[in-house]
Design a protein around this ligand. Structure first.
Ligand code: HEM
Length: 236
């Protein structure tokens, strides 16, 4: 697409995708996740211990990491409530997944079912992060030196050393999987051109919506929820 085409497209149709508060919510999750990854890897891998310098040394990194975890859980809970209903599975998701290889082909999406706000791949990212963050919360609480005595007093029993060792193994495994899912998420957001403005500006072009989320666009048009400033063809 030339810059002239892009300008024409942008003038013709902008489709609102995220409100300002949803974007602040998302970028809080993203920033917290990056800080957790850096501080978690610094504590886990001796070769990356130097990263503790970013947080004011080893002691501070160890103290800050669990609080960042609490912030991530609260912020992700906000995203979960906002996006939950549009990530519910549908029968067309299976068809989409079985033909997902076509997405790599520039013209391949015409072989896929029309997609609502999120495709099946995005739904998998959403649900896997929801499950992994829940596991990270539970196992993280079990490993929290400062917070655990309070948690144990609420529970009314003490966790055994063996339980806490298992918590450490599960915490590291869930964190690794969550980082892998995050890399896939960021790669897709960059690779599918025109996706980043959704979370940066809050809107996407009509062409992007028509190509990748046609059923969602049809609903937006039916609701009259688009900024239409030119052409009547949503494919432009
Ligand atoms: C730091 C790098 C990140 C970037 C560049 C990024 C980018 C984006 C973009 C562009 C979208 C809009 C996609 C669309 O509307 O089709 C999005 C949506 C979303 N992002 Fe991120 N993101 C990042 C980190 C994260 C993290 C760490 C999480 C969660 C742990 C996350 C969870 C979500 C969710 C739940 C959505 C909505 C899509 C859905 O519900 O399926 N993002 N992101």
């Amino acid at each position: 697409m030339t810059s002239a085409d892009k300008t024409t497209d942008e003038r013709h149709l902008r489709v609102p995708r995220y409100s300002g508060s949803a974007r602040i919510n998302h970028w809080t999750v993203a920033a917290t996740f990056v800080l957790l990854t850096l501080s978690g890897l610094a504590l886990y891998l001796p070769s990356l211990y130097f990263l503790t310098g970013l947080f004011g040394g080893g002691q501070n990194t160890r103290a800050i990491h669990p609080w960042l975890g609490c912030l991530l859980v609260l912020a992700f809970a906000g995203l979960f409530v906002r996006f939950f209903s549009q990530n519910l599975p549908e029968s067309t998701d299976l068809t989409w997944l079985s033909r997902a290889g076509k997405v790599i082909d520039p013209d391949g999406e015409k072989f896929l079912p029309e997609v609502g706000k999120y495709n099946a791949g995005q739904k998998i990212v959403f649900w896997s992060q929801a499950v992994l963050i829940t596991i990270l919360l539970i196992t993280g609480l079990a490993l929290w030196q400062q917070g655990l005595p309070y948690i144990e007093s609420v529970l009314g029993f003490q966790l055994s050393l063996e339980t806490r060792r298992w918590a450490a193994v599960i915490h590291a495994t869930a964190a690794t999987l969550s980082i892998v899912v995050w890399i896939v998420h960021v790669y897709s957001a960059i690779w599918v051109r025109g996706t980043m403005p959704a979370m940066v500006e809050g809107s996407v072009s009509g062409g992007w919506s028509w190509k990748h989320h046609r059923r969602w666009l049809r609903n937006k048009v039916a609701e009259g929820d688009i900024e239409h400033t030119g052409s009547r063809n949503p494919a432009e």
